[in-house]
Design a protein around this ligand. Sequence first.
Ligand code: HEM
Length: 180
Amino acid sequence: MKGMVFTEFLDFVAERFGDNMVDDIIEASAPPSGGAYTAVGTYSHGEMVGLCGALAERTAVPVGDLVRDFGDRLSDTFARDFPDFFKRAGNLFDFLASIEEHIHAEVLKLYPDAELPRFVVEERTAARMVMLYRSPRRMGHLSEGLITGSARQYDVEVRVRVEELEAGDGTASRFHIELV
Ligand code: HEM
């Protein structure tokens, strides 16, 4: 997993829970890399799982809620660092529909070792969109947050209903996204 995801995650933790919490969760999860993450590095996805678990334990906030809130915040960083992806798509649904073929395809050119999910747009009207998420990394909650955060970049609000698929193991989910 790319270092920028880790550095952004730890910024999120510091903002919401304070700098000490960052030190605490690194110490508690004892990541093999040592926890001195740099944006240009690449680290095992397991380290992210460990950090999130340690955070959930200390804050009594469920992991899924934490990851969702992180995704929502991460969209502000994406909008700042990759404004062209947002400009190129005229609206939220065009933007979401462009993740698979355009955005993540470009990410992969930039970082050939990026581990990315698969998205399939199953239905789309002016007011609602249904998207399927698949990834062995089970980060559907991150997607949910990235969807609501991306909506904010376009000044619209959405309601997202998440349908867990495949025995609820997190590797596949369907997002029902409605403009409100
Ligand atoms: C400008 C927009 C975006 C950029 C630049 C971007 C870039 C990235 C990058 C760099 C990663 C990390 C890959 C790795 O660590 O190996 C990633 C992962 C991911 N992205 Fe995006 N992304 C964008 C938009 C989105 C949106 C809108 C969604 C959700 C609807 C999304 C869903 C995900 C998920 C869930 C992952 C975690 C990996 C997984 O689930 O397998 N991304 N993306």
